[in-house]
Design a protein around this ligand. Structure first.
Ligand code: URA
Length: 184
């Protein structure tokens, strides 16, 4: 990987053939947001809408995320949003361990380039892939290493709108973390 900035990295990602997902995707979804974003959000993998658009969280889960960000007083344009794997797994199955391993260098590079002060892990897949923990229902709202905040995946909120209030309260916490001293 020889990218010098997020744009070059995105060019590498859209041409990537490191795993079998490259054969079934329409578009890779590198992620989007400012290079100097203080907040990064990490989802699981692109869904059908994201695969078509080449952009993260533009489908139904994205609509929930947008609403929750609004309610929490956060501006999506100031957040770098990406996923653990950059290509859609067929039928929206969870990405396999091999696919996650193949894709992880891109995420590590994105974190290194953006150097966010707060990283929000949306659901079990990113929580497990990055922190090695699982059980979002119990772990949501918890901060690890002064940097990572675990919360629900927006699709889980969509399935049970009773979770919206907790989801928004986690995002308010995230907003408060953005001027933390950790990485910057
Ligand atoms: N779900 C995710 O985890 N990521 C997206 O980009 C869209 C839906």
């Amino acid at each position: 990987m020889c990218a010098n900035d997020l744009r070059e990295l995105a060019c590498e990602i859209v041409r990537c053939e490191r795993c079998g997902l490259s054969k079934t995707r329409r578009n890779a979804v590198p992620g989007e947001g400012p290079e100097d974003a203080r907040i990064m959000m990490i989802g699981e993998a692109p869904g059908a809408a994201e695969d078509l658009a080449g952009r993260p969280f533009v489908g139904r889960a994205g609509a929930i995320l947008n609403r929750a960000l609004n309610l929490a007083g956060l501006d999506r344009d100031e957040i770098f949003i990406t996923n653990i794997v950059k290509c859609r797994p067929p039928g929206n199955r969870q990405p396999s361990a091999d696919e996650i391993r193949a894709c992880m260098p891109y995420l590590r590079k994105q974190i290194e380039m953006v150097r966010p002060s707060a990283i929000c892990l949306l659901g079990n897949v990113p929580a497990r892939a990055i922190l090695g923990v699982q059980g979002v229902t119990a772990l949501r709202g918890r901060v690890f290493d002064d940097l990572y905040l675990i919360t629900f995946h927006p699709a889980a909120v969509l399935r049970n709108m009773g979770r919206m209030e907790l989801f928004v309260s986690d995002l308010v916490r995230l907003r408060e973390m953005r001027f933390g001293s950790n990485v910057r």
